[in-house]
Design a binder for this molecule. Structure first.
Ligand SMILES: C[S@@+](CC[C@H](N)C(=O)[O-])C[C@H]1O[C@@H](n2cnc3c(N)ncnc32)[C@H](O)[C@@H]1O
Length: 279
């Protein structure tokens, strides 16, 4: 696939009870699984060495009691997973400003209006989860099979978390999120009339400003590279008749396709460019 720069060929699981889940996951993407008992290996460096012996690639999937991760095996050894219950997300839900936060304003949330959203670039699902927690129905598109698996596992753990400690807000947010494991261009063939907004947050290359990019995005950039075809989605969305398109960009990045938006919201790191329908 042209958009996958690096790939992963092994899923390492660290607890015997995770074997079935590991098998289910590897069968979805056609890689191998490997049980590695790391009880005796406490140091992070030695663990990385143990993973490196299993692959020539720069990344592995790591499945343990905390969920499914993508672990980078390069010097920075970043590790990511989808976690809707993380303290950062919970903080954002509690203190992020609700429908007054920038993403909510950009998508047009009002006290009685909750748009139905196509999240064209679901990634780690953070934006989708915030929007769903604010009451939007969000149809998430993710085309990269590796990221799809992370999202699926994040949703599994979030549901489990509700089962063991009931949380109606979490449950309702999850019910409003639907993952479509495909390229978003499919939505244009199926019809888009039931949606109010298309939200586009493509990977953007940050060659000189690594420190400005969050760790999880650094890892995604190394794994996936830039989404250089975002303008194709943008063009299709513009002629689809959808009422509103919102494009998230780094604060000082040029407009997508150099097209001046009708309006922008500018934050510390990012900018949300809003385009109203011309079709
Ligand atoms: C920057 S990340 C999105 C981050 C996301 N907004 C979040 O809150 O976690 C971009 C993601 O969009 C996906 N993507 C890019 N173009 C896509 C397309 N045409 N269809 C589906 N997914 C796409 C990439 O695979 C990548 O995972």
């Amino acid at each position: 696939m042209p958009f996958m720069v690096n790939e992963i060929d092994v899923l390492v699981f660290e607890e015997a009870y995770l074997r079935q889940l590991a098998e289910d996951y590897v069968s979805e993407i056609g890689i191998r699984s490997h049980f590695l008992n790391l009880d005796q290996i406490r140091s992070k460096r030695k663990r990385l060495d143990a993973y490196k012996e299993l692959t020539e690639k720069d990344f592995i999937f790591l499945l343990n009691q905390d969920g499914l991760h993508i672990q980078m095996l390069l010097k920075t050894a970043l590790c990511i997973k989808v976690d809707f219950c993380s303290p950062q997300i919970q903080y954002r839900l509690a203190k992020g400003g609700g429908k007054s936060q920038m993403i909510a304003k950009a998508l047009g949330l009002k006290s009685v209006f909750r748009p139905r959203v196509i999240d064209a670039t679901a990634g780690l699902g953070k934006d989708a989860f915030v929007l769903a927690s604010l009451g939007c129905f969000v149809q998430m598109y993710e085309r990269n099979p590796l990221i799809q698996l992370l999202l699926k596992d994040g949703m599994r753990r979030a549901r489990q978390s509700h089962d063991s400690k009931p949380n109606s807000e979490l449950k309702e947010a999850l019910e409003r999120m639907k993952l479509k494991p495909s390229d978003v261009v499919e939505v244009f063939n199926q019809g888009i009339t039931q949606f109010d907004v298309l939200y586009l947050d493509p990977m953007f290359p940050h060659p000189d400003s690594r420190s400005l990019v969050k760790k999880d995005m650094q890892l995604l950039q190394s794994l996936i590279g830039a989404d250089s075809d975002a303008s194709d989605v943008f063009k299709k969305a513009q002629s689809s008749g959808i009422a509103r398109i919102v494009v998230k960009r780094p604060k000082s990045a040029p407009y997508l396709m150099d097209k001046k938006p009708d309006h922008s919201f500018v934050g510390k790191r990012n900018r949300f460019d809003i385009y109203h329908s011309t079709a």
